[in-house]
Design a protein around this ligand. Structure first.
Ligand code: NAD
Ligand code: UDP
Length: 324
């Protein structure tokens, strides 16, 4: 039997999706990249357009689409706070209606389906580090809820399709990930700090910078995606994927300035509402079921990311929203 699979990557032109498409195309699979280009642009995948096993479809997952596939990765959703809060109702629709449409496709095609869930399902966690068994502390009426509750509802839908229709599901809870091809105007902390440090502008720390995050390099994460998709069907997840190194935002700012060799000043701005105080994944399950753990330390990954940012022309990027 052929090992070549027909694989749909929804949100495939984005930061993580474009890297995943690249990897699947290199493995020889027949890849359909579907995207509405809300927070990405075609240039992320133009290098794949000439390949016979790559296809690009402009489509919004909120609307149904008929495709015949063996595997589906659902990454379609704005991921940066400024982007998902720009049109919060659309963000919720994307997570919920988008998941329903793709789960329907998985059911019809008997395809495996992967959901890019998030550490945001834990909200501002009272348990540290966060294991998958922790049910979270999300403010359901706050400004982050459109994303957090949308992703939580998507997990519910995945499990209900699994229980009711025996759909083969995989759920990854992704912790903060960074790397080349992040949108330079996405407003996320890594891209913001790098762009500010490279241009000599002030580096904007929100709050006092004591809040923590754990930063995973893109290649490590995408390796985890593929391992989870290829795992036995009983490994449904949710499984945390993230780097266990935990840094304060101030430490990240200082490290970025050090690598760039920048003289930018650190300035302090108000902390956005519901900004989680601490975040670090417990990756015991990923180690056990996928034999996976990140290999790239923050300094090395940041150096590669900064090199990429040094070589892009910011004028060729359109800010997706005014909220960056
Ligand atoms: P991204 O914004 O670069 O990628 C998301 C992609 O989805 C973009 O190409 C965007 O245009 C597309 N998209 C958005 N709404 C869509 C819609 N309605 N229909 C079709 N396409 C749509 O962000 P990313 O960092 O690559 O994130 C990819 C996925 O991983 C997202 O689902 C995100 O929630 C999840 N995730 C990412 C992180 C991280 O740190 N990068 C952390 C947790 C979860
Ligand atoms: N942050 C910051 N300065 C920035 C952008 C973000 O201090 O210019 C902080 C933000 O308040 C949060 C952390 O960095 O505490 C991570 O923010 P990001 O938007 O990257 O991701 P998330 O909050 O979703 O983890």
């Amino acid at each position: 039997m052929s090992t070549i699979k027909r694989i749909l990557v929804a949100g495939g032109a984005g930061f993580l999706g474009s890297h995943l498409c690249e990897r699947l195309v290199d493995q020889g699979h027949d890849v359909i990249c579907l995207d509405n280009f809300f927070t990405s642009q075609k240039t992320n995948v133009t290098h794949l357009l000439g390949k016979p096993n790559f296809e690009l479809v402009r489509h919004d997952v909120v609307a149904p689409i008929l495709l015949e596939v063996d595997e589906i990765y659902n990454l379609a959703c704005p991921a940066a706070p400024g982007h998902y809060q720009y049109n919060p109702i659309k963000t919720m629709k994307t997570s919920i209606q988008g998941s329903i449409n793709l789960l329907g496709m998985a059911k019809r095609c008997n395809a495996k389906i992967f959901q890019a869930s998030t550490s945001e399902v834990y909200g501002d966690p009272e348990v540290h580090p966060q294991p998958e068994s922790y049910r979270g502390s999300v403010n359901p009426i706050g400004v982050r809820a459109c994303y957090d509750e949308g992703k939580r509802a998507a997990e519910t839908l995945f499990f209900d399709y699994h229980r009711v229709h025996k759909t083969k599901i995989r759920i990854a809870r992704i912790f903060n990930t960074y790397g080349p091809r992040m949108h330079p105007f996405d407003g996320r902390v890594v891209s913001n700090f790098i762009v500010q440090a490279l241009s000599g502008k002030d580096v904007t720390i929100f709050g006092d910078g004591s809040q923590t995050r754990s930063f995973c390099y893109r290649d490590d994460l995408v390796e985890g995606f593929v391992r989870l998709m290829d795992a036995p069907d009983e490994v449904t997840g949710p499984i945390n994927l993230g780097n266990q190194g935990e840094y304060t935002i101030k430490e990240l700012a200082e490290l970025t300035l050090d690598i760039v060799g920048s003289k930018s000043k650190l300035i302090y701005k108000p902390l956005p509402p519901d900004d989680p105080t601490r975040r670090r994944p417990d990756i015991t399950l990923a180690k056990k079921h996928l034999g996976w753990e990140p290999k790239i330390p923050l300094r090395e990954g940041l150096t590669k990311t900064i090199d990429w940012f040094r070589n892009i022309n910011l004028e060729t990027y359109r800010p997706p929203t005014p909220n960056h």
